[in-house]
Design a protein around this ligand. Structure first.
Ligand code: ADP
Ligand code: ZN
Length: 223
């Protein structure tokens, strides 16, 4: 099962991908998470990417793409994966096709999480992220059981530097300019489904799971 998640920032790609990954026993591959990890470790890649990320711009393709290819080569990706945050423009989509061709695989399912702008802004500006496991929470929509602490691994929660009102506006502009065209691109390729991501997270997750089962009858719940 190779699942690609599309959608604007704040649609819930990260939240849903993590839950679906756990249910299906597949790795969740978020280019944003990997980049943030690099930034927090001050790696060479992190230093190069940081400025773009803070402003809400895309990190240059060659940096993100080689990082992604390295990740997809890991043995845990052999049975499939859930891709979140890549591709983000047409060049990346074309590269991904080539990567899939070289690996002898194809995307089995593309899910577009469609969300309205007021909901996106409300979600992003209240988002909290775990420093350690990257789980997402929200101050009012999905509060952690204990304030400031991750429910899953007890590490500290923080607000992303790009989760501010101004940067969100830029991220939305970048999304409309660079990324939203991929919806039509993948619709035409097939195995493409749109879900209304304004709905509660639980509803979206169960709809995603239904799609997975429809596409791949052998999918089993792990927990
Ligand atoms: P969101 O979807 O909420 O904007 P992400 O965690 O997916 O958040 O991405 C955060 C930032 O990381 C982006 O604004 C961008 O700077 C960078 N980034 C992530 N994925 C890519 C990508 N595929 N190509 C270029 N930049 C990326
Ligand atoms: Zn955690």
């Amino acid at each position: 099962m190779k699942i690609i998640l599309l959608g604007p920032p704040g649609a819930g790609k990260g939240t849903q991908a993590k839950k679906l990954a756990q249910k299906l026993g597949l790795p969740h591959i978020s280019t944003g998470d990997i980049l943030r990890q690099n930034v927090s470790q001050s790696s060479g890649l992190g230093k190069e990417a940081q400025g773009y990320m803070t402003k809400g711009e895309l990190v240059p393709d060659q940096l993100v793409t080689s990082m992604l290819i390295d990740r997809l080569k890991q043995p845990d990706c052999l049975n499939g994966f859930i891709l979140d945050g890549y591709p983000r423009n047409l060049a990346q989509a074309k590269t991904l096709n080539e990567v899939f061709q070289n690996m002898g695989i194809d995307a089995s399912l593309v899910i577009y999480l469609d969300a309205s702008e007021n909901i996106i802004i409300q979600r992003i500006c209240g988002r909290l992220v775990c420093k350690k496991c990257q789980a997402n929470f929200h101050v009012t929509n999905m509060p952690p059981k204990k304030e400031g602490i991750c429910d899953y691994c007890r590490a500290e929660l923080y607000q992303r530097v790009d989760d501010t009102q101004d940067t969100v506006k830029n991220r939305l502009n970048v999304y409309h300019k660079e990324t939203s065209g991929l919806i039509e691109y993948y619709r035409q390729k097939g195995n493409f489904y749109t879900l209304n991501a304004d709905e509660d997270a639980d509803i979206v997750l169960s709809q995603m799971f239904e799609l997975v089962q429809k596409t791949n009858g052998s999918a089993k719940i792990q927990s």
